[in-house]
Design a protein around this ligand. Structure first.
Ligand code: APR
Length: 235
């Protein structure tokens, strides 16, 4: 019998304590940038220079950020659980914290991909943080940020839903549950599986059965969750 399957779905809130701004909080990214200009298929077609510059800026900021206690707590849980992280975040903080299994729904800031072939992806590194519409990959293709824009499909959603359907515990951390299909992951969880939602200003989940809301920041909420799980094991 393997370890219980612990599935965690994270949003921008888990990276807030690492100094990366969220999208919809006061002062969030979408207050400063017109989202449809910098994060939509139409916006990319209209002004690719602006979109490349926007992600260059976020990639540069990411170099100053470090994983926080919440990322570390998820790694810690790998001792007792088979932990799988499904994240809407495009930062690499889960990987840098040491999480073994991470599935990105909305792409990855530290990668670029071919404009014409979405399956051709190349890593970006500290020496190559900037891309432009003229950047070419090793195979000669013109490249773009490896980000899922609004108006584009979410290729990893099917895999994420399959993982949610197998979870023995499902945890949601730091997401407004405003964006679909990511927000619908909650509904793939089998009946009776406990769900925990950690967020200081949680979205309304009163319609979802079996949810325990922990109204805390990610790091404090993970401490509280660890205690709840310990207590459950003792019962
Ligand atoms: N700890 C935990 N949660 C926090 C913290 C914190 N310190 N600070 C803020 N939050 C919560 C907010 O209360 C909110 O519920 O994080 C959530 C951030 O919500 P959004 O800004 O909407 O971010 P997210 O849900 O990840 O957005 C989803 O929208 O624009 C797209 O692709 C983008 O992946 C993103 C998606």
């Amino acid at each position: 019998m393997g370890k219980p399957k612990f599935l965690v779905s994270t949003g921008a809130g888990i990276s807030a304590e690492s100094g990366i701004s969220t999208f919809r909080d006061a002062g969030g990214l979408w207050e400063k940038y017109p989202v449809m200009q910098v994060c939509s298929a139409d916006g990319f077609r209209a002004d690719p220079e602006l979109v490349h510059r926007f992600y260059n800026e976020r990639r540069k900021q990411l170099q100053q950020a470090k994983p926080n206690a919440a990322h570390a707590a998820l790694v810690e849980l790998e001792k007792d659980y088979d932990v799988y992280v499904i994240t809407q975040n495009v930062d690499d903080l889960h990987e840098r914290a040491g999480s073994e299994k991470v599935l990105h729904l909305h792409g990855e800031l530290m990668k670029m991909r071919s404009v014409k072939n979405p399956d051709y992806v190349e890593p970006l590194d500290i020496e190559h943080l900037e891309t432009t519409p003229r950047t070419r990959g090793k195979n000669g293709d013109l490249m773009r940020p490896h980000i899922v824009f609004f108006q584009e499909p979410v290729p990893n959603m099917e895999a994420a839903a399959a993982l949610a359907a197998e979870a023995d515990i499902f945890v949601v951390i730091g997401t407004s549950l405003a964006v679909y299909p990511a927000a619908s992951l909650l509904y793939y969880v089998r009946p009776g599986v406990p769900i925990y939602y950690i967020d200081p200003k949680p979205a309304n989940v009163s319609g979802v059965p079996n949810v325990t809301v922990i109204r805390e920041t990610a790091s404090k909420g993970m401490e509280e969750l660890a205690k709840l799980l310990e207590k459950k094991k003792a019962d």
